[in-house]
Design a protein around this ligand. Sequence first.
Ligand SMILES: C=CC1=C(C)c2cc3[nH]c(cc4nc(cc5[nH]c(cc1n2)c(C)c5CCC(=O)O)C(CCC(=O)O)=C4C)c(C)c3C=C
Ligand SMILES: [Fe+2]
Ligand SMILES: [Fe+2]
Length: 353
Amino acid sequence: MSSFLPSRYLPETPDPHGLDPNPPARADGPVGVLLVNLGTPDAPTAPAIRRYLSEFLSDPRVIEIPQWAWQFILQGIILRIRPRKLVPRYEGIWLENGSPLTVYSQVQADRVQSLLGEQGHNVHVVLAMRYGNPSVAQGVEALRAKGCERILTVPMYPQYAASTTATAVDAVCAYAARLRNQPEMRFVKRYPTLPAYIQAMTDKVRAVWQSQGKPERLLLSFHGLPQRTINQGDPYHRDCMETAAALRQSLGEDGHLVHVSFQSRFGAEKWLQPYTEPTLKAWAEQGVRRVDVMCPGFLADCLETLEEIQVECREAFLHGGGEQFRYIECLNDDETWAQGLTGLVKQHLQGWL
Ligand SMILES: C=CC1=C(C)c2cc3[nH]c(cc4nc(cc5[nH]c(cc1n2)c(C)c5CCC(=O)O)C(CCC(=O)O)=C4C)c(C)c3C=C
Ligand SMILES: [Fe+2]
Ligand SMILES: [Fe+2]
C-alpha cells in the first residue's frame, strides 16, 4: 500500500532506470573509499569565504560554545570582518585549478584510485570535504551511484582530533541516517606513525638537506587546538608527539634537530603550546640563524601552511634576525605517500576486497 505520508528518508534510486527498487546486494560489488578533508572556499572571494567559514565555524565540534551565543558573535562580528581580510591571503595561494587543499587532496584520491585499479581491485575512490565542496553527501551519493554497498571513510588527518576526524565521521553517519538502504561502513581513526607517512616526510627533509645543507633546527608545526579540549580527553596532542618521535627516530643522528610547535590559534582561549610564530621569533632573538619548518598534520598544503607559515612566520623569523627560513612542503603529490595511503586503505579493506 502506498502511503500519503512524506517519507523522512531520501528516496532510493539504486537502479539507474528506476525499474527495480530492490536490486539484490552483490557480495562482489564495488567497494567505496571516501577520503575526507577539511574543506576550503570555492573561490578566493569574500562571499565564498563567508559561506565556507559560516559552515565550518558553526560546527559544534569546532566551536564548543552554546550556539545561540556563538551565532550572535559569528554572524554579527566574525563573518563581517574575517572574510574580507582573508581574500588577499587566499588569492596569494590560489592555484590555476583551485584552492591548493582541494587540488592536492584530489591528486591523492586520483592516485589511490589508479594504484588500486592497477592492482585489480574493484574500488571507487572519491574525495569529499567536511565543509564546502564536494560535500560529504555528494561523496557518499557518488559512491552509491557507482553501486558501492560498502564504504570506508578515511579522514585525511594522521592525528585524531574531535574537531577534524570525529566531525568527518559524524557527517558521514548523519548522511547515512537519512538513508533507507544504508551502506556497510568502516572508518579509519588515526595513523600518526604509519611507516610510509613517516618515510615520505623523511625523504622530503633529506632531499632538501642533501641539496641545500642542514639547518640548525627543524620545526614541526602542527595545527593547534584549545588546551581545554586536550584536558577533556582529546588524544590529538599525544598523536602529534607520536608523529614527532617517529620522525626524530627516522632521521637517525639528525633527530636532535627536531622541535615541535602549534600554529593557527583562533580566539582568546589558551591553545596548545609552544606557539609556532613566537617560537620562531624567540629562536631568532637567541641567535638561531637557519631553520626549516614542516607541517606534518597537513597532508596537503593550504592556507595554514602556504600563508601562515611560508609568508607570516618567514617574515617574523627573518625580521627577528634569522637568515635562512625554508618551508618544506606537505606530501601533496608525493609518490611514496600515495603508495602509503593506498596501503592504509587496503589494510582497512581486509575482508572486503
Ligand atoms: C590539520 C588539522 C586541523 C585541526 C586540528 C584544525 C582545528 C581547528 N581549526 C580552527 C579554525 C580554523 N582553521 C582554519 C583553516 C584550516 N584548518 C585546517 C586544519 C585543521 N584545523 C586546514 C586544512 C585549514 C585550511 C583551509 C584552507 O582553505 O586552506 C580556518 C580558516 C582560515 C582562517 O580564518 O584563519 C579557521 C578559522 C579551529 C577553531 C579548530 C579547532 C577547534
Ligand atoms: Fe583549522
Ligand atoms: Fe590560520
